[in-house]
Design a protein around this ligand. Structure first.
Ligand code: GLU
Length: 297
């Protein structure tokens, strides 16, 4: 039977992949493949000031060394700005986006919050912000449970396009997930904070949101998020024991397979969200610290 499941992994090439990225990539891949779906890789390089094409190349190569290969040509957000502009124009026409050239000082006076539409001069360099309305969104996350998001929680009107003309992650991710026909998002719980604005944008564009699952936060032995800022080390290419270590945090037992391909095939048989439920964090053991943090090598 043809499965209507399209999943994706969408890294930002601001550095090489790290161990936490492998765990997230595997979760999205295994869920797509266990559901006989399509799995796509999308490069979220919309912020040209932080992304590098050398990292894009390294990310694609590293993922393919673990046999994580996109089922369709890889999309780069940096080549899709015309699309983001078209949807921003639509929001502007509907008075759902407004220009803003408030300075840091004016925003500081409001504790950095921007909750009202301002009357910025459109002739001056300005950003575009999203108008916030009342709204309550619900999503049933197969790992985190029933999630409720109130737009009242938003502390600022999110930026859709920056003063330097770069589009925001929030706008680009929603447009691309919809245009690529993504039906299921599996990603890290660090992105839960972005979900309310994304659900709101789906609502404004009149698009049904995909199903969303957030795997628990992956923490290094110092209880820090594994991230470039916390000196995460670059993931080695095509390393079987690293793959098995990553799978162990997804509760997939080591069945003694000898190749990456066989390991992934076995992982598919064991894949389930269930053991991840009620788990707040995925804590990296001391024995894997060297994979999480450069300083511990
Ligand atoms: N590009 C985002 C990141 O690397 C992830 C986007 C998403 O999965 O929604 O953090």
């Amino acid at each position: 039977m043809h499965s209507h499941y399209v999943g994706r992994f969408a890294p930002s090439p601001t550095g090489p992949l790290h161990f936490g990225s492998l765990v997230s990539a595997l979760a999205s891949y295994l869920d797509a493949k266990a559901n006989k779906g399509t799995w796509l890789l999308r490069i979220e390089d919309v912020d040209e000031t932080r992304c590098k094409s050398s990292y894009t190349q390294a990310i694609i190569e590293c993922l393919s060394s673990y046999q994580l290969i996109s089922d369709q040509p890889i999309i780069l957000q940096s080549q899709r700005t015309h699309l983001y502009q078209a949807y921003l124009d639509r929001l502007i026409k509907q008075n759902l986006a407004f220009p803003c050239n408030c300075t840091r000082q004016t925003l500081n006076a409001m504790q950095g919050k921007h909750l009202n539409v301002c009357d910025s001069n459109i002739e001056q360099p300005h950003s575009w912000r999203l108008v916030i309305q009342e709204g309550l969104f619900q999503c049933i996350d197969p790992i985190q449970g029933n999630l409720h998001f109130s737009l009242n929680r938003l502390t600022t009107c999110p930026v859709l396009k920056r003063k330097d003309e770069l589009f925001s992650y929030q706008l680009a991710v929603v447009i691309d997930d919809n245009k690529q026909g993504i039906t299921h998002i599996v990603r890290g719980a660090d992105l839960l904070d972005t979900t309310d604005t994304q659900l709101y944008l789906y609502h404004l564009f009149g698009w049904p949101p995909p199903s969303m699952a957030h795997i628990p936060l992956i923490l290094d032995p110092n209880k820090q998020k594994i991230s470039k800022q916390n000196h995460a080390c670059a993931l080695p290419y095509g390393n079987l024991s690293v793959l098995k270590a990553a799978l162990s945090y997804l509760h997939i037992p080591d069945t003694g397979s000898q190749t990456i391909q066989e390991t992934l095939e076995h992982a598919l048989i064991h894949w389930s969200f269930t053991p991840l439920k009620n788990q707040k964090t995925l804590d990296i053991h001391e024995k894997h610290a060297y994979l999480a943090h450069q300083n511990t090598v």
